[in-house]
Design a protein around this ligand. Structure first.
Ligand SMILES: [Zn+2]
Length: 188
């Protein structure tokens, strides 16, 4: 792949770099598959020299369609993120023909590791949001209800949804020792 491209001496003099110094070693980037065949793009990043800065330092061009040190293009990253809606990391790794680490790397790049509390409006002490849910071991996915209070009625509503999600067969529920799980209506 070759393309005429100019870059600026980023973070330093900001000047346009036109003096080509050479090429870096080629890198292979996995791209979106075509007819389920793996596709790689070979790229030799251009290296430029800045004659205006002291010591005439060289700098490598950065293209906007891949992240440095990522083994694949941003387009593949975005596809993996879409494929991650519902399936597990292992499912996506197998289905999209990329390694498990590749999918994890993609998640690390695009999904925040912690909550930015500054961006959230805090709840007042009177408001409460209760998350009531179960995790299906078989389907490897959660079933979640938001409730004002988690009590026996809320538990029954959750059980109704579980029955809708799995209308046939037997549902095995492992619950903790909360009082609302042990009341008569729930046990029945
Ligand atoms: Zn410069």
């Amino acid at each position: 792949m070759s393309k005429t491209h100019w870059i600026t001496h980023y973070r330093q003099c900001q000047r346009k770099l036109t003096s080509l110094h050479g090429y870096d070693r080629p890198i292979w980037l996995q791209h979106l598959p075509i007819f389920e065949r793996k596709v790689y793009i070979e790229l030799k990043p251009k290296r430029y020299r800045c004659r205006h800065c002291e010591g005439a330092p060289t700098t490598t061009q950065q293209l906007d369609w891949y992240t440095p040190n990522s083994p694949h293009t941003k387009a593949l990253d975005h596809w993996l993120l879409k494929m991650l809606v519902n399936p597990t990391v292992l499912d996506v790794s197998r289905c999209c023909q990329v390694g498990y680490d590749v999918v994890e790397g993609c998640i690390d790049r695009y999904v925040d590791q912690s909550v930015d509390w500054e961006r959230l409006t805090p709840f007042t002490t009177r408001q409460r949001l209760n998350v009531n849910g179960v995790f299906s071991m078989k389907q490897q996915r959660p079933l979640i209800r938001l409730e004002e209070t988690v009590n026996a009625q809320a538990t029954l509503r959750l059980f109704d949804e579980m029955q809708k999600a799995q209308p046939r067969g037997t549902l095995h529920v492992i619950a903790d020792n909360a009082r609302y799980y042990r009341c008569q209506a729930v046990s029945e």
